[in-house]
Design a protein around this ligand. Structure first.
Ligand code: SF4
Length: 308
């Protein structure tokens, strides 16, 4: 029987690093088999802000698709599109949001999307300048050393003999970590496997366009042979941890011994909070877990002493 490939995505990796238990509940429990394959998880939105981010992404994809085929959006059309997406996402969710806050959210999203068109990376597309460009849906994986990697760029623009791979972050912290920079480089690995792109990493640039709350900030990520290798190592390391967690889930289906969140802020909007030992406090739940583990070791030691 063909063994399905493990998958890696930023969402899965970040969840695993934030809380192994939440990762196991979102991914490992849904795996079609226990052979190292983790299924993708599309959880329902937990906050209105999550709805706004998702609807902005959808609206952006629609906007860029129309732009590609020369269809211009009026402000009224943009508003109608975003409003409809937000209304329908709210209807599908269990969230209750005051109409006033809904409207504020839609206004903010529209401003953010408009400002995106004016960034250095994307302005040329809306002025019709580059002759060669393409856009992608991030949900398109590619095989990197036997792992389904979800790392498609949002946009690729050909300029001065090279392709610039653009990553959009609709929400981003002020500073990004080295790990996140490596994640961005996975776009190069992704592109190297796609027909129509060159197979030489030197013919790419990587650009990140991040929304930091007030404006879009843009920066380039250096591509070197060493950093490209490190990016693949990061994926392999994560996949190894994921497999190990899956085995842990098999060995302890109660999940009682699985590590809990690194920080209590991860618990705030966690989908798996109900029924989680951390529901009444993360620190206390961790202490209880440590205590139970110590008691377990002691009784194991007692049993072995008796057997001896
Ligand atoms: S509530 Fe906290 S500890 Fe429990 S699964 Fe969610 S993030 Fe992890």
């Amino acid at each position: 029987m063909k063994v399905p490939m493990p998958h890696w995505s930023q969402t899965s990796s970040r969840l695993m690093n934030a809380c192994p238990r939440a990762w196991a509940l979102s991914y490992a429990r849904k795996a079609p088999n226990r052979s190292g394959r983790s299924s993708r998880s599309d959880h329902p939105p937990r906050t209105y802000d999550e709805i706004l981010v998702r609807t902005m992404r959808e609206a952006w994809l629609q906007r860029v698709d129309d732009q590609y085929f020369g269809k211009v959006w009026s402000d009224a059309y943009a508003r109608r599109t975003v409003e409809q997406k937000v209304d329908s996402a709210l209807e599908d969710s269990q969230l209750k949001v005051l109409e006033f806050h809904q409207l504020q959210g839609v206004d903010r999203s529209l401003k953010q999307l408009k400002a995106l068109e004016d960034t250095v990376a994307l302005r040329p597309l809306f002025l019709g300048r580059p002759r060669r460009w393409a856009y992608f849906d991030r949900r398109t994986p590619t095989d990197v050393d036997g792992v389904d990697v979800y790392a498609a760029p949002d946009v690729a623009v050909f300029h001065q003999h090279r392709w610039t791979l653009v990553r959009l972050q609709f929400r981003a912290p002020k500073h990004s970590s080295v790990g996140q920079q490596l994640e961005h480089l996975l776009m190069v690995h992704w592109a190297l496997k796609q027909p129509g792109f060159p197979d030489d990493p030197r013919l790419f640039r990587v650009k990140v366009v991040r929304w930091t709350g007030r404006n879009w900030c843009e920066h380039n990520v250096q591509i070197t042979d060493a950093s490209l290798k490190q990016a693949v190592n990061l994926v392999m390391h994560d996949v190894q941890e994921m497999r190990w967690l899956e085995r842990w889930v098999n060995a302890d289906p109660s999940l009682g011994t699985l590590p809990l969140a690194v920080h209590h802020r991860h618990c705030r909007h966690c989908l798996h909070r109900t029924g989680c030992p951390a529901d009444t406090g993360l620190a206390q739940a961790k202490r209880k877990q440590e205590h139970a583990a110590m008691n377990g070791h002691q009784s194991d030691a007692t049993k072995s002493a008796r057997t001896a």
